[in-house]
Ligand binder design. Structure first.
Ligand code: PMP
Ligand code: GLN
Length: 382
């Protein structure tokens, strides 16, 4: 038996996504908790993977990723952000964004360094900081609506601050970074030797004509950033676990030192198929409009319920305020709603170090219209 006092992550349990999906399965509830689509992957992509497998592309990929994929990622980013990442030295294909987040954070932090995170924060960040013997410094977003409190972030900066972790479009709030956020960030990182890990997995899921403010659009930010994305989100294939990390050569070198021992290389035939897919820009440029229709449908279906709708500028998550229904803790209400009303959602308090509870739940709308209608019908009965 391992002595729990010797655990490297003594306060960490199984993720809320695992917990809520298990409860949804057990109770046969409609699962709007863990973020994954219930519709199919583009047949061109599936045919591509099969073709590359049959062609014999079944052995280790290069540690950095197959070259056609790195080249086409470079092209895509140049097209969107006018920044040219060198496929030979500045792009690494990873086993999902989760792996990229872990490698990037581990590459930045020495024991005792401080890393600023914006809360509610995706649950993968703090464990990676802790495993590096570094210290997370959380800054809660102002609410409502959810916006980064840059004055508070500035107050957290110290001589030990080495890293700030950003996520836009933001999971779970659906907020996106705007131009004024970028200006505030620029001033803050210039205060010290501060690196940025920018989790941009929902980069193509931005609504209402707004712009995704990638770090790669700003040379002074790009030079200190690890920019992370995931094909799971873009191509409705969360189970394929392929992502990537863009960073200047010196940072990519440190990143790859870790990546090569975490996983060495990622799935080969899927990488080749993705390389072909992203060569067709419409495959990602149309994603925002596709999900905007889902967001609008879900919002219109919920409008007559007792939930209040919070803004949603990006991602495939809608936050709903249930304060008019119940004063229960969000973790309790999420469980009761799953059991009694048959819809599972995520309680965002678990994404705060201090458990801040705003009486809201996160609902994933990456679902067929029929699923959304069936879920909304149940939610309107509450
Ligand atoms: N970051 C955020 C903000 C996410 O929401 C997710 C997954 N939904 C990830 C990282 C992990 O992505 P992947 O599934 O590619 O590992
Ligand atoms: N990122 C997904 C979400 O936010 C879940 C990923 C996971 O289950 N680890 O729902």
């Amino acid at each position: 038996m391992i002595d729990i006092r010797r655990s490297r992550l003594p306060h960490t349990g199984v993720t809320i996504f695992t917990q809520m999906s298990a409860l949804a399965n057990e109770t046969q509830a409609i699962n709007l908790s863990q973020g994954f689509p219930d519709f199919s992957v583009d047949p061109r992509l599936i045919d591509g993977v099969l073709a590359y497998m049959r062609e014999g592309r079944n052995q280790y990929a290069p540690m950095q990723g197959v070259m056609p994929l790195r080249e086409n990622i470079s092209e895509k980013v140049f097209r969107l952000a006018a920044h040219r990442y060198d496929p030979a030295t500045e792009i690494t294909v990873t086993s999902g964004a989760t792996e990229a987040v872990f490698c990037a954070i581990s590459a930045c932090l020495q024991p005792g360094d401080e890393a600023i995170i914006i809360e509610p924060a995706y649950d993968a960040y703090i464990p990676a900081i802790t495993l590096s013997h570094a210290i997370p410094r959380p800054s809660a977003m102002r609410y409502p609506p959810y916006r980064i409190d840059w004055d508070h972030v500035r107050d957290l900066i110290s001589a030990k601050t080495r890293l700030i972790i950003l996520n836009s479009p933001h999971n779970p709030t659906g907020a996106i970074l705007q131009r004024e956020d970028i200006e505030a960030l620029r001033q803050i990182v210039a205060l010290g030797d501060i690196l940025i890990v920018s989790d941009e997995v929902y980069e193509h899921i931005v609504f209402d004509g707004m712009t995704h403010e990638s770090m790669s659009r700003y040379p002074d930010l790009a030079e200190r950033s690890f920019v992370i994305s995931s094909f799971g989100k873009t191509y409705h294939a969360t189970g394929w676990k392929i992502g990537y990390c863009l960073a200047p050569a010196a940072l990519s070198r440190e990143f790859q030192k870790i990546h090569q021992f975490v996983t060495f290389a990622s799935n080969t035939p899927i990488q080749y198929a993705l390389a072909d897919m992203i060569a067709d820009a419409s495959s990602y440029l149309e994603l925002g409009a596709f999900y905007q229709q889902k967001r609008d449908l879900f919002r219109s279906l919920i409008a007559s319920s007792r939930f209040s709708l919070l803004p949603c500028q990006g991602t495939y998550f809608q936050m709903l305020d249930y304060a008019d229904i119940s004063q229960e803790a969000d973790t309790e209400f999420a469980i009761r709603m799953t059991r009694e009303f048959g819809v599972a959602a995520i309680p965002p308090s678990v994404f705060y170090s201090d458990g801040q509870d705003n009486h809201v739940l996160r609902f994933c709308f990456a679902k067929n219209d029929e699923t959304l209608k069936a879920a909304a019908e149940k939610l309107c009965r509450i």
